[in-house]
Design a protein around this ligand. Structure first.
Ligand code: FAD
Length: 384
């Protein structure tokens, strides 16, 4: 019965839609159903952290609605329908009050924003941005407001600090991180980025937690661990993302940091696959666009009948802090070595070298960004 059922993809982010597009290039016959908890609009998530400088409304960032996408990829697209359970033995999904059969199932569920303890009680005064709806909600909450408190100094917090500053807001960043983007950057490079953001008007409180956060008279007051206070009109929480694994775990699939899949993107169940932010592919959970695009091309082949393993070359990330151009290819988790830093001022070249002398990662700022292509060629593949 299940083999006559459609290929079902859960999630209409970049992972779900790109897989559907790649699959249709190879197979224009097999029925395909995409299911999403959101409204199914197609958009590029990285543009969410450049929208304030450009003055873009959420609707302007949406490239196509669900109906247009359904027509383009020759599939049914069900929106506003969270999948609440998977039954791998019966090959069915629970959608609201009905069951949906699948022949193969792909999880493209993305990642969940980590929540601060004050999230509920502060309502609209403390929001996060992880999709187009969040972005629209945050823009609406900012109406008539000037001072923004960003909590978190990772990649997303720093990008929003730059973007909101360019958009005319007064930005303060508070983070327990000792320096900006500590998972990606050595301290001197982070300091260069920080100086440029400060020159733009951003204020930083780093290495400092928040003891208490309260909304009063329509404003936000943060009491920091060092005793200082930050007054703002609006809060943006950017303390990180966690892959969505609950659905897979409840169905008995193997789960680690993400849904565990092999290099063919196959989970511990032979008819269930995963890609994008929710997936841990052969030990790697890479929450960026390039790995999911590469995964989508490989998985499309497998689903169309030609099993293909994904391989990842090193894929540097252009961090969207135009105040300080920055490109980074972080060493993979568990790779040991040390950073070697050269350059001056805000034009820094940091290379991460292992014990054998092999380049394992880099971070380049300012004029040094021009070395990206050269250094990328020297990096070993992330997954081969
Ligand atoms: P998502 O886009 O999160 O999609 C998940 C989908 O699953 C959604 O449609 C959701 O509704 C659906 N879903 C979830 N649970 C259920 C359920 N139970 N039932 C049904 N549907 C469900 N990466 C880069 O490489 N470069 C960048 O410059 C960059 N900038 C970024 C800026 C921001 C602000 C953010 C937040 C991320 C950025 N990233 C960047 C990361 C990149 O955008 C993500 O890796 C990528 O978009 C993830 O796509 P996805 O399809 O896996 O997840």
């Amino acid at each position: 019965m299940a083999d006559t059922a459609p290929l079902v993809i859960v999630g209409t982010g970049l992972a779900g839609y790109n897989l559907a597009k790649e699959f249709r290039k190879l197979d224009n016959q097999r029925p395909m159903l995409l299911v999403s908890a959101d409204d199914g609009r197609f958009y590029s998530k990285p543009l969410l952290s450049t929208g304030f400088a450009k003055g873009k409304e959420a609707d302007e960032l949406a490239m196509q609605d669900a109906a247009a996408m359904a027509a383009q990829i020759g599939a049914e697209v069900l929106t506003g329908v969270p999948v609440s359970a998977i039954d791998p033995a019966e090959r069915t999904l629970t959608l609201g009050d009905r069951e949906q059969a699948y022949s193969d199932l792909v999880l493209a569920l993305g990642a969940e924003v980590r929540a601060l303890p004050w999230r509920e009680q502060l309502g609209e005064r403390l929001l996060s941005i992880n999709d187009l709806t969040d972005y629209g909600r945050f823009r609406a909450a900012l109406a008539g407001r000037k001072k923004v408190l960003i909590i978190g100094a990772g990649l997303i917090g720093c990008e929003f600090a730059n973007d909101l500053s360019l958009g005319g807001f007064e930005v303060t960043v508070v983070a327990t991180d000792p320096w900006l983007m500590p998972q990606l950057l050595p301290e001197p490079v982070a300091a260069a980025v920080q100086r440029r953001l400060e020159a733009l008007g951003v204020t930083f409180h780093l290495g400092c937690g928040i003891r208490e956060l309260a909304a009063s008279d329509d404003a936000l007051l943060a009491l920091l661990d060092d005793g200082s206070e930050v007054h703002a009109d609006q809060g943006l929480s950017a303390i990180g993302l966690a892959p969505r694994t609950d659905l897979a775990a409840a169905a008995g699939l193997s789960v680690g940091r993400g849904v565990l899949v092999d290099a063919q993107l196959r989970s511990s169940d032979p008819h269930i696959y995963a890609l994008g932010d929710c997936a841990e592919v052969a030990g790697l959970n890479l929450m960026y666009v390039m790995p999911l695009m590469t995964s989508a091309r490989a998985l499309a082949k497998t689903l169309a009948g030609t099993p293909a393993a994904v391989s990842y070359p090193a894929m540097p990330i252009m961090v969207k802090t135009p105040a300080c151009p920055l490109v980074v290819s972080p060493p993979l988790a568990g790779v040991s070595g040390e950073w070697q830093i050269s350059g001056e001022g805000e034009d820094l070249r940091a290379v991460f070298i292992d014990q054998t002398g092999q380049l394992q990662g880099f971070a380049l700022t300012g004029a040094a960004v021009s070395e990206k292509a050269l250094l990328t060629r020297e990096l070993p593949a992330w997954l081969s």
